[in-house]
Design a protein around this ligand. Sequence first.
Ligand code: GLU
Length: 422
Amino acid sequence: MADESLNPWKIAQAQLDHAAEILQLEQSVHALLREPMREMHVTLGVRMDDGSTQIFKGFRVQHNDSRGPTKGGIRFHPDETIDTVRALAMWMTWKCSVVNIPLGGAKGGVICNPKIMSPTELERLSREYIRQVGHILGLDKDVPAPDVFTNPQIMAWMADEFAVIKGHNEFGMITGKPIPLGGSAGRTDATSRGLSICAALAAQRLSMPLEGATVAVQGFGNVGRHAVEILSKEYGAKVIATSDVTGGIYNPNGLDYDDLARHADAHGGLLEGYADTHDGVSAISNEELLTLDVDVLAPCAIEGQLRADNAPDVRARLIVEGANGPTTPEADRIFHENGILVVPDILANAGGVTVSYFEMVQNSYGYYWDLETVHERLGRTMTDAFHHVYEMTDQFGVDPRMGAYLVAVARVAEAVHLRGRA
Ligand code: GLU
């Protein structure tokens, strides 16, 4: 039987319970926020390239829309579960609230393994998902985006299918689109850019220069890849390890982003084979990566990576969470006791949804910003949110995750209350 202490939905609800207690939330507001507002389960029949039809399960969970239309990515993952999607939807509500953008939280998922599907199979799956879930989506209702194992091309197919159903384009119904289809400048690396801004601000708090600091980045996907790029190229950090589903790589003298990117682009986005073909680079396991002797650890893969069993061995001074839910509550406690500073996911990875919001704004008025404007506004949003979270953290004497929750939950609770919903 699965270990319930690792169930992300139980974890998310327990985190809310703790925040509700500190904030002395009204019981009815707390009870309302403890559950998703709406969830949809769909069964997707998809024709495969060999002519057979395969059946997939999909979900879309809308947690809370009190502050605005719900927002959150769609994951394509073989281990997807409804409880994971519920947790991720709730975390989106808090994330949008932490950075104070007028959106609620949602998440979608399909149980599938995109790594073994062809582009045409993925296109048919993406279009079928929109045919099934599309009627609860829309720029004023619920707006998806990329997440684990989904990308701008998948967003393009989804936007197109939605346009076919509606009979007209509604670009703002989905974000993370390619730029020719109404995407925003700066969206691709926005999560990683926000993470890097947080890493720099947190390093300042520790009086630790980020320039020259050693960094391990778990994951080389939508978030990890650009975190390696931005931290090394723009902040002068020394990224000595990264990883993906095929394993980790390590070079104590620092990894070269351009070379990693070239290799990944030529190998289906994966780092497989990199260590074998590069002097000074060794293969390490994901577990080894998480416990390396580094200044900064950036878990940018999936949930439940830092747990009671490996947290005592983590040697980083600073953890910046690019992934959603990478740290279990037991691990959080251990980091707090060991004096490791954590920048929690709902703050550290909020840059992606922030630029998604900018994309929706640009789609709505049909006028597009340059990269400089996006960077400047993202920088301001992340910096304000960071300071707000650590002010709360200090004021209430809690850990930074709870500091972020206090900022986020208080705002959502106020909106619920003003609406008279609970
Ligand atoms: N999937 C990203 C996240 O977890 C981005 C969501 C969005 O842009 O809506 O924050």
